[in-house]
Design a protein around this ligand. Structure first.
Ligand SMILES: Cc1cc2nc3c(=O)[nH]c(=O)nc-3n(C[C@H](O)[C@H](O)[C@H](O)COP(=O)(O)OP(=O)(O)OC[C@H]3O[C@@H](n4cnc5c(N)ncnc54)[C@H](O)[C@@H]3O)c2cc1C
Length: 382
């Protein structure tokens, strides 16, 4: 049985020093953005804001300087991220590239790919999306059917990716395609590609979610030619690469701070009513949040040490989603304000948005059942 590693990890002084700098920047940069927009935070799309962060050196912070990065630690990056999310900064445009696609290229990409992509991504000028899920392949990612067939100088791709966040705004997709089919081993024969979304044969269709936003898409590939030099890593190594990428996707502060704005708005709202009986409940919610943060910081320490904490990341994502889905329910009970969409007080609108959006928090990035399956495997139960 594996031991879950949640050793205490202390943020170094340089990370705490950065916190003040980030807070000062955000207190000016976000003044005109209303709370209901800030509630979207890492799903909020604002490419100009991303460019401002790129200019500050806050995208690709840990990447080597020769690729436009800043060679700072994962823990400094962590502090920058938690400040962004706590303030509700619209960081969605560059989020995927900063969190996982850049890391993936650093680890598995070619020198040519790194030089072509990373400096622009670090400036916030080149945006990514993730092409994993398909109509019949979400939880069962290894059932990927979108096929890349070898041809002269490259690959011909046919198939459909689904739920692709920001595909309509992104420049590149890191896509998982099937390059070989082995009926006895579906995890073999998968390969990752860097796909320029402007090449002919790609159709991107928006899909509206419960909140009325169309932030994700269906992406259809019809005889799309992807050149050889856009393969990421080795042919057939896609499963290993994708699972390594998921540790970055599942462990960060976005997994427990997506609803944070509601907590601060709730405290403001209750402060107006002076309802002392709510104090204990707020205290419990804050204690829970602090514990999640300790666990997530601990994983940042493991990532900094070059580990691949996929099990620990699954624990944080599952507990984080439970917390984030509980917050709107508790906020509704405590403040007695009805959730509203498009009208009402700031508080009612933040509550309205998160009541609807939080349903998806236990789906995106891996469902609750899938995460618990991974945790059970770590415990030696399956
Ligand atoms: C807001 C949002 C953004 C997203 N963005 C992206 C993106 O950018 N790129 C991308 O590739 N994907 C994205 N996704 C897709 C997401 O990863 C999938 O929705 C998710 O993995 C579930 O897959 P599915 O929708 O096919 O559901 P299914 O896999 O069909 O699951 C349906 C239900 O069955 C349960 N289930 C499935 N298998 C098992 C099992 N073996 N044991 C027990 N229960 C099981 C699931 O837990 C779930 O409750 C996004 C999803 C959302 C909601």
């Amino acid at each position: 049985m594996q031991t879950f590693r949640f050793d205490p990890c202390r943020l170094p002084p340089e990370a705490e020093a950065l916190r003040g700098e980030v807070r000062a920047f955000l207190s000016e940069a976000l003044t005109d953005i209303p709370p209901v927009v800030r509630a979207q935070t890492w799903s909020g799309y604002d490419p100009e804001f991303s460019k401002k962060l790129g200019a500050k050196g806050w995208i690709g912070m840990t990447w080597p300087k020769k690729y436009g990065g800043h060679e700072r630690s994962a823990l400094e990056r962590y502090v920058m991220l938690e400040e962004m999310l706590a303030a509700g900064a619209p960081v969605g445009a560059h989020w995927i590239g900063d969190r996982q696609s850049g890391q993936l290229l650093l680890r598995f990409g070619t020198e040519e790919q790194r030089q072509m992509i990373l400096p622009k991504a670090a400036k916030g000028e080149l945006l990514f999306c993730i092409g994993m899920s398909e109509p019949d392949s979400g939880s069962d990612l290894a059932a990927t059917r979108t096929k890349a067939e070898k041809t002269d100088g490259g690959w011909i791709v046919n198939g459909t990716k689904l739920w692709t966040s920001n595909a309509h705004n992104a420049h590149y997709m890191i896509a998982l395609f099937r390059t070989n089919f082995d009926p006895d081993n579906k995890h073999a024969g998968l390969t990752q590609f860097l796909v320029d979304l402007t090449i002919p044969g790609i159709t991107i269709r928006p899909i509206k979610d419960l909140t009325g936003n169309a932030h994700f898409n269906e992406v259809i590939f019809e005889d799309v030619f992807v050149p050889d030099n856009m393969m990421v890593g080795e042919e057939g190594n896609g499963w290993m690469q994708v699972t390594a990428e998921l540790a970055f996707e599942r462990s960060g502060p976005e997994r427990y701070l997506s609803s944070f704005l509601l907590l601060t708005e709730l405290v403001r709202e209750l402060g107006r009513t002076g309802d002392a009986s709510a104090d204990a409940e707020i205290g419990r919610l804050v204690a829970h949040l602090v514990t999640l943060r300790q666990m997530s910081v601990s994983i940042a320490g493991l990532l900094e040490a070059g580990e691949n904490p996929i099990q620990e990341a699954s624990v944080v994502k599952d507990l984080g989603a439970l917390y984030e889905q509980e917050l709107p329910v508790k906020a509704h009970e405590l403040a007695g304000v009805e959730p509203m969409l498009g009208t009402g007080s700031d508080y009612a609108q933040v509550l309205g948005f998160l009541t609807q959006a939080s349903v998806s928090f236990s789906l995106r990035g891996g469902t609750r059942e899938i995460l618990r399956g991974i945790i059970a495997r770590g415990l030696g139960l399956r």
